[in-house]
Design a protein around this ligand. Structure first.
Ligand code: TYM
Length: 321
């Protein structure tokens, strides 16, 4: 089973990214073929400062390495180090209908927020399909916000195979219910575009400030609280085992709970949870050349597999006269 997923190096990685995708990827590398990459071509749709993109790419790589991606067990690289993926994007574009892309929520949502769409934003799902199909991935672990994009990749694979003959593996998304949509500080989906994130790695003071600002309702202290309507509960639950979760639920349901106290506890828990990785991350950040070497090593392995699919596609469409 081949498992693949990518992440944009366009901002600080947050716990939505961690629980929605990174954690599972790190676990999968133990007994599956894992493809994990930083999608800097995709980030170009929103980042227009080259130096920032370079820095964010190295930071995201350091985050992932510190959290446990092992470049020997998995294939870990930067999208643009295998630029052939853009050629495959073009080959796929011609079996992709405009309607399919026009229906994409992420595209529609950007337009509704007043962002003037460029062609990159519109064609984004085709590049993502190329990412997935180029490496023959069976399973794509993502959060719910990426479900439709993986479905587009499926549609494109099916359409390509029926037009040109069997070429690509038809992929499937993997979205466990409990981590499909991690809420942010305001209860909406956690996202860097809403500025409501809890970063995995930030300064202690900043982390405390963010956690203390999680939005809660105005139920008086002496009444019971509804854990199922609480972002605070949902976020805290991510860091607890089953038994601890039941205890927290009970505390919510029992009159007397003070949200402020729970937030302080959550802060301590999150700080401790990521503590073992913080020093490792700093080490990687201080050795950018080592990180570059690791990424280039991964790109070599990715290219070897990717070019096989690309060659097959080139042949099947007939550009190899
Ligand atoms: P990106 O960079 O926005 O997010 C990376 C991963 O984190 C998940 N995620 C969440 N999951 C649950 N709750 C949240 N609040 C939350 N926020 C983010 C995302 O669902 C994603 O899995 N288009 C992709 C990157 C991409 C890709 C690919 C993914 C490019 N090519 C090929 C898979 C396969 C994206 O922008 O993810």
């Amino acid at each position: 089973m081949r498992i693949l997923s990518g992440i944009q190096p366009s901002g600080e990685l947050h716990i939505g990214n961690y629980f929605g995708m990174m954690k599972r990827m790190i676990e999968y590398q133990e007994n599956h073929e894992l493809f994990c990459f930083l999608v800097n071509y995709h980030a170009l749709t929103t980042v227009f400062e080259p130096e920032r993109l370079r820095r964010k790419t190295l930071e995201a790589a350091s985050d992932f390495l510190a959290l446990g991606i092992d470049p020997e067990k998995s294939i870990f690289w930067v999208q643009s180090d295998v630029p052939e993926v853009t050629e495959l994007t073009w080959l796929l574009s011609n079996v992709t209908s405009m309607g399919l892309l026009e229906r994409c929520h992420a595209y529609k949502e950007k337009i509704s927020r007043g962002i003037t769409p460029n062609h990159g934003i519109f064609a984004y799902p085709v590049l993502m399909a190329a990412d997935i199909l180029m490496y023959g991935a069976n399973k794509v672990p993502v959060g719910k916000d990426q479900k439709q994009h993986v479905e587009v990749a499926r549609d494109i694979a099916i359409r390509f195979n029926s037009t040109y003959g069997e070429t690509f593996v038809v992929p499937e998304e993997e979205i466990p219910e409990e981590v499909a949509t991690i809420p942010g500080l305001d209860g909406q989906k956690m996202s860097k575009s809403y500025d409501n994130t809890i970063p995995i790695f930030c300064k202690e003071k900043e982390l405390r400030k963010r956690i203390m600002s999680i939005k809660t309702d105005s139920t008086p202290v002496d009444q019971s609280k509804d854990p199922d309507k609480s972002a605070l509960y949902e976020i805290y639950a991510l860091f607890l085992d089953k038994q601890e979760r039941a205890v927290l639920r009970d505390r919510f349901l029992t009159p007397g709970l003070q949200y402020g106290v729970v937030k302080q506890e959550l802060f301590a828990r999150v700080w401790e949870f990521f503590k073992p990785y913080r020093d490792k991350r700093d080490e990687y950040l201080q050795r950018p050349d080592t990180v570059r070497d690791i990424l280039r090593y991964g790109a070599k392995k990715a290219r070897a597999i990717g070019s096989e699919y690309l060659m097959k596609a080139r042949h099947n469409v007939g550009v190899d006269y």
